[in-house]
Design a protein around this ligand. Sequence first.
Ligand code: NDP
Length: 296
Amino acid sequence: MVAQVIDGKAFAAKVRAQVADQVTKLKEENGITPGLAVVLVGEDPASQVYVRSKGKQTVEVGMNSYEHKLDPETSEDDLLALIDKLNNDPAVHGILVQLPLPKHLNEDLVINSIDPAKDVDGFHISNVGLLGTGQKSMVPCTPLGCLMMLRDHHGSLSGMDAVVIGRSNIVGKPMAQLLLGDSCTVTIAHSRTKDLPDVVRRADIVVAAVGRPEMVPGDWIKEGATVIDVGINRIERDGKNKLVGDVDYASAAERAGAITPVPGGVGPMTIACLLANTVTACCRANGLSEPEGLTA
Ligand code: NDP
């Protein structure tokens, strides 16, 4: 079997177009422009790239982008004061604090100071609890993107066996909750899982979110399974810098029914879902019905 490639780049463009339509509607019918505030503390080069890309895409879909770049030495009090200001600013519908924060700042404290209704990353403890209890929440962007691609490919996920490799708060755990919400039978695997190959071989859906280059070989994949590769790993191969996932793409694509490539799979969906979450937050804040297909 040669797997169908799930094109995350094309899918993300579709999501952005849906968001842009919704933004036009909000402007024309309600006189509202959704706004996303992104806070960056320090000068981490990767974070700077992400923040620039988020700002650019926010403007491209017609929303307002507010970037707050703070000194690496910024005190916790000053950061919390800025978040308080954004929480109370009616022009701001989504707030994202770029992680990781410098060591002297308490990440949990900072994230939990964001108004949960504006927490477009879905990391606030209230949103984690709402997702865990199957209530309406803001859903973390990367798992939301994975879910959208799975729903698009399969229609219903009900009754499927899903394995999520990785149990981080950002990807693994919320991914598992979403799959459970769609009535999959879910296994969460991690570094202490016994016989991981056997666990993965039973899965109709494999979501790999580990951060170890190509650790899942093709012979772990059940014939016809759907493989979602969240991993982003930089490696040196043949003297070149290369981006690879957590799954060995070449061998997995020979057995899987469908697979996301790296790059061009899950990656582009993450920012698209951030924009989707911002438009959703804006609709909720204004008592308007939510756009269909952009939430979990
Ligand atoms: P974390 O480091 O927070 O979590 C990694 C998880 O993998 C842990 O739960 C760990 O288990 C598990 N793990 C480590 N080694 C093994 C192993 N040998 N077997 C099974 N499980 C193992 O990573 P993140 O969740 O933040 O990210 C995972 C990957 O996804 C990274 O490559 C990251 O770059 C990428 N990513 C991509 C995004 C995108 O937009 N495409 C967004 C976010 C992340 P344990 O808990 O036991 O230590």
